[in-house]
Write a protein that binds this ligand. Structure first.
Ligand SMILES: Nc1ncnc2c1ncn2[C@@H]1O[C@H](COP(=O)(O)OP(=O)(O)OP(=O)(O)O)[C@@H](O)[C@H]1O
Ligand SMILES: [Mg+2]
Length: 374
């Protein structure tokens, strides 16, 4: 190889970067509450897929309401080995990165790791395809192109861009359908509201092929996103609203485990956080951190009058406030890192920021604050 290996850091959180659920998992998840009907609808869709009728289900709801968590809970309920699960993610500034979520799906299917050399990637793809079905060989050139590798088939490289794109769509479709014939395939696309145009068109195309295949396509997005597929008869959407008062109260108790929650405190959190689980978690933790919530023997209580408790009034506010509380240097590192992308290499960051040793300590700090993961 011509380059030295680089240390890679993964940026998991700049304001709203997509793997917040990953950060939640790392911190330890709050016990899952409510969402019984939504879960039942998902299980229903899964049953239909099992009997060979493909489904598209949208999980729609505002930031922090629990879309990713519901998906996670559903995955945990799937019988081991009975389904295959593949996931693609869209990123906040990923709109110009063509095929981003599709690439995630391919990489995870072919078990391609960050930093794998070109020859290894090609080998993994070829072996896996031939193993699955020799008839699929033709998908290799378009896949090589999608993954920015040197394409081995000259005929393919000479095609018009429009034809290559068509071949790419067909190739991904053929692979997914073939994979779903082994066992039902759950295909999730996270944060569709940030999807790039090409991937969106691909999903539209794939949806047209789902009817008789064992694929459950799950699309997670916020309500501001609208898409052209709503009219298909096998398109269902599950709207996640704020948690009910009962579930919210359960959630507060789950966050503040180990002791009973004083009614006044519970009311404050329910009232200010408006049934949004993320907001409840963040609000409660910030009150714990600044001493507003205290533990008195067997109870969590407020240390001041509820009227005087200050809260940023939106989720964005809370997240922005968290970033604001970072030192300036950390903030700058975060901003630069977020421009480089979800995965950023230490040396690129070093070049751009012009920082040396101190960069390392900032990154370690950011890691400690759970804004980035190595
Ligand atoms: N029903 C629930 N029970 C317990 N905790 C929950 C529940 N729903 C969500 N949470 C917690 O709330 C936080 C936010 O949830 P999640 O990340 O799923 O939101 P989201 O809808 O995917 O938001 P975004 O649109 O920003 O991706 C997570 O820490 C999650 O574990
Ligand atoms: Mg999410």
């Amino acid at each position: 190889g011509k380059e030295d290996p680089e240390e890679a850091f993964e940026l998991i959180k700049t304001g709203e970067v997509e793997t917040r659920i990953g950060a939640s998992v790392a911190k330890g998840l709050t016990r899952f509450v409510g969402r019984k009907n939504s879960m039942a609808t998902l299980m229903d869709a899964l049953d239909r897929v099992k009997s060979g009728s493909g489904q598209v289900v949208g999980l729609v709801g505002e930031a922090g309401v629990g879309k990713s968590r519901l998906l996670l809970e559903m995955r945990n309920m799937l019988a081991q080995g009975e389904y295959r699960y593949l996931e693609g993610r869209c990123l906040q500034y990923g709109g110009s990165m063509v095929y981003l979520p599709i690439l995630d799906i391919l990489r995870s299917y072919f078990d391609i790791k960050e930093g794998d050399r070109e020859f290894l990637i090609k080998k993994k793809m070829e072996e896996k395809i031939l193993d699955l079905d020799e008839k699929l060989k033709g998908v290799l050139p378009p896949f090589q192109e999608l993954l920015s590798l040197k394409v081995d088939d000259e005929g393919f490289t000479k095609l018009e861009p429009r034809e290559r794109r068509e071949r790419a769509f067909e190739a991904v479709r053929d692979l997914l359908i073939r994979v779903s014939q082994e066992k039902p395939l759950v295909l999730a696309v996270e944060d569709l509201h940030w999807i790039d145009k090409t991937s969106e068109e691909f999903l539209g195309y794939l949806i047209g092929w789902l009817a008789n295949n064992g694929i459950l396509l799950l699309l997670l997005y916020r309500p501001e996103y609208t898409h052209p597929w709503g009219s298909k008869s096998y398109y269902n959407s599950i709207v996640l609203n704020q948690l009910t008062t009962k579930s919210s109260a359960e959630l507060v108790q789950a966050i503040l485990e180990g002791a009973e929650v004083a009614p006044e405190l519970r009311e404050l959190i329910l009232h200010r956080a408006g049934g949004n689980p993320l907001f409840m978690e963040e609000f409660t933790h910030s009150l714990l951190e600044n001493g507003t919530i205290q533990r008195k023997e067997h109870q969590y209580v407020l240390s001041q009058k509820p009227g005087g408790v200050q809260v940023p009034d939106t989720i964005q506010g809370i997240i922005a406030a968290r970033i604001d509380r970072l030192e300036d240097n950390l903030k700058r590192t975060m901003q630069v890192a977020s421009v480089i992308g979800r995965d950023f290499a230490f040396r690129i960051l070093q070049t751009i920021t012009g920082m040396k040793e101190e960069l390392k300590s900032h990154l370690i700090n950011l890691q400690g604050l759970e804004f980035i993961y190595e």
